[in-house]
Write a protein that binds this ligand. Sequence first.
Ligand SMILES: C[C@](O)(CO)[C@H](O)COP(=O)(O)OP(=O)(O)OC[C@H]1O[C@@H](n2ccc(N)nc2=O)[C@H](O)[C@@H]1O
Ligand SMILES: Nc1ncnc2c1ncn2[C@@H]1O[C@H](COP(=O)(O)OP(=O)(O)OP(=O)(O)O)[C@@H](O)[C@H]1O
Length: 295
Amino acid sequence: MPVTGTLYESAHAKINLYLHVTGRRPDGYHLLDSLAVFTGVGDMLALHPGHGAAGAVSLDITGPFGAGLVADADSNLILRAARLLRAEIGGTDGLEPVHVVLDKMLPVASGIGGGSADAAAALRLLLRAWPGNVPRERLMALATELGADVPVCIDQRAARMGGIGERLDPAPALPACGIMLVNCGEAVSTPAVFRARAPVFTPAASLPSAWPDVAAMVRDLSGLTNDLQDAACAICPTIRTVLDVLEGVPDCRLARMSGSGATCFALFDSPQAAQDAQAAVERPGWWVWAGPLHA
Ligand SMILES: C[C@](O)(CO)[C@H](O)COP(=O)(O)OP(=O)(O)OC[C@H]1O[C@@H](n2ccc(N)nc2=O)[C@H](O)[C@@H]1O
Ligand SMILES: Nc1ncnc2c1ncn2[C@@H]1O[C@H](COP(=O)(O)OP(=O)(O)OP(=O)(O)O)[C@@H](O)[C@H]1O
């Protein structure tokens, strides 16, 4: 079906409410047990009719964190996603050229999976624009090839991540709550954090099927860990400062780092409570967002 107007997909920030490193594969990738949730804030991708050869994808990057990224076919996850999808569909015949604009609202290399969310959003957008039937299991395989965080970003729904991130199981039913994200402005390399972690493993968590309220959720999460937090703090000591600030907010129920850092999150009883605390947390050079989880 020809693309006549603009198609949009949002790419929400992923937060790891806990992250246990449970083992290591022979190829060096780590086995994880994590509860990933998505927040109200995200990047936005717009797809317009494009120019050039069949299946061509051009990319412009705008937005507050766009300057740090290049629209390069080998490194940009959106263009890499397009290349993989073209190969999966079996060539460019009949594929309309398209132009994608990425509005980059999320800090880059910050533990909230912005690049992964963009890659997943690009796959969803291109599947709307291009003919071709890609079965769900092939889509998830393409996602895993793009990065360990990409599979969970395909549906952008809270999920329990296992394997290296490719195994997805239902999350406990979550209570309504508020969340604040704080990034100190220092990019942290995911491979460097995995390399720097202490070589110990934590068993997978045991979770209920539902948390009736924020207090119950926080009680369980408090007994769990982000096993990458100490290594990330050693590489980027400002993360500890951010956590100290969040832990000092009177209504904060739990403060922890997400993913491989440096972004930290704090949980609150409601989106309003999180937003009310925002001004007290802001510092020059810090990115702070507060609001609800992505429904
Ligand atoms: C830390 C998390 O954000 C938790 O959700 C993810 O596991 C990271 O996901 P990601 O950024 O999509 O990671 P990838 O791009 O696949 O991998 C980057 C690098 O991180 C390390 N890596 C990543 C995921 C994983 N399960 N084990 C690893 O050891 C590997 O050195 C890999 O080369
Ligand atoms: N569209 C994109 N947005 C962000 N980063 C991208 C994109 N394309 C490629 N990258 C590269 O991917 C790397 C990881 O970026 P991302 O923002 O996803 O990191 P992250 O938040 O630490 O992710 P994760 O939580 O999955 O580890 C960066 O080095 C960045 O240069």
